[in-house]
Design a protein around this ligand. Structure first.
Ligand code: C2E
Ligand code: MG
Ligand code: MG
Ligand code: MG
Length: 282
């Protein structure tokens, strides 16, 4: 009897593995045609100055709407795109679209674009950035490229060289999800990042009074300060989290508290002059 039960568990497990593999196969197949079918969209999330809440710019975050699969989150399809060599064309589309869109915003606002480690193994990547800037007319100083520590694990020195090339173009680099990967301080010596992004896990911890999270944010802020870099705390949802981050000295904050990622058209609404009040119009 118990043997049967065990057999059922194994059968269920094997079935779920098959289901996962099948889902992956379908997703990869759909992903192949997604760019041509125009299924991607960029959402933009506000990044504000911690001290006074003024808007600094937006991070571009990709969304995928597929007829068969519905809306698929980047956390699910970006890893698949990275494994199947689809990330370079998708990443190029992201870069061009974000630069183009940012040209419609007030010129003090920056746009941040996520770039995968795989994209940086392509020696042509810098020329894609040059072309995206030239075609859109965006000044390099308004473009920020976000990479994670994983870029340094890939190949010996190639990525660091490419990042230096990008800095040479005048764009900014930020180190995303800091503290969650193989954080080695050596990366901060190797590459002149403009910003270190503090992962949401520390933000949540610090606001709950975790001594470790608070100590880590303090240390990152001090490190960034002394290296001439700024800090952006990710994923602040509550007033307590925002107050905590402000008191810990983070330069910028990004999170649902200030705004969720939104379609480009919603961003444009923010810049529309306010409608005259009904009483004044009457
Ligand atoms: P990320 O670059 O660290 O982006 C921040 C993520 O945190 C976004 O998730 C954002 O929606 C979410 N977030 C922001 N504020 C809050 C908050 O207050 N609370 C919570 N719970 N979450 C918040 P999203 O859009 O699902 O993106 C997930 C990841 O996918 C990104 O993490 C990034 O690594 C990757 N990604 C997104 N767009 C692109 C892209 O265009 N290219 C590449 N290569 N990766 C991308
Ligand atoms: Mg990011
Ligand atoms: Mg992040
Ligand atoms: Mg993250």
């Amino acid at each position: 009897k118990s043997k049967d039960k065990g057999g059922n568990v194994v059968a269920a497990y094997v079935a779920s593995l098959h289901a996962q593999a099948e889902e992956r196969r379908v997703m990869e197949q759909e992903l192949r045609g997604a760019l041509d079918r125009g299924e991607f969209e960029l959402y933009y999330q506000p990044v504000v100055t911690a001290a006074d809440g003024t808007l600094n710019g937006f991070e571009a975050l990709i969304r995928w709407h597929n007829k068969t699969l519905g809306n698929v989150s980047p956390g699910r399809f970006i890893p698949l795109a990275e494994d199947s060599r689809l990330i370079s064309p998708i990443g190029e589309w992201v870069l061009r679209t974000a630069c183009h869109e940012a040209m419609k915003w007030p010129s003090n606002l920056k746009v941040a674009v996520n770039v995968s480690a795989e994209q940086l193994t392509d020696p042509a990547f810098a020329s894609v950035v040059v072309s995206a800037l030239a075609q859109s007319g965006l000044t390099p100083q308004r473009l920020e490229i976000e990479v994670t520590e994983s870029v340094f694990l890939r190949d010996g020195g190639g990525a660091a060289q490419l990042l230096d090339q990008l800095i040479g173009l005048g764009i900014r680099l930020s180190l995303d999800d800091f503290g969650t990967g193989y954080s080695s301080l050596g990366y901060l010596r190797k590459t002149q990042f403009s910003t270190i992004k503090v992962d949401r896990s520390f933000v949540v911890g610090a606001a709950k009074g975790s001594i470790e999270s608070i100590a880590i944010i303090r240390a990152v802020v001090a490190l960034a300060d002394s290296l001439g870099m700024s800090t952006t705390a990710e994923g602040a949802e509550t007033e307590i989290e925002v107050d905590t981050l402000r008191s810990l000295g983070c330069s910028n904050i990004q999170g649902y508290y200030y705004g969720r990622p939104m379609p480009a058209s919603d961003v444009m609404m923010l810049f529309r002059p306010p409608e005259p009040a009904a009483s004044a119009a009457a």
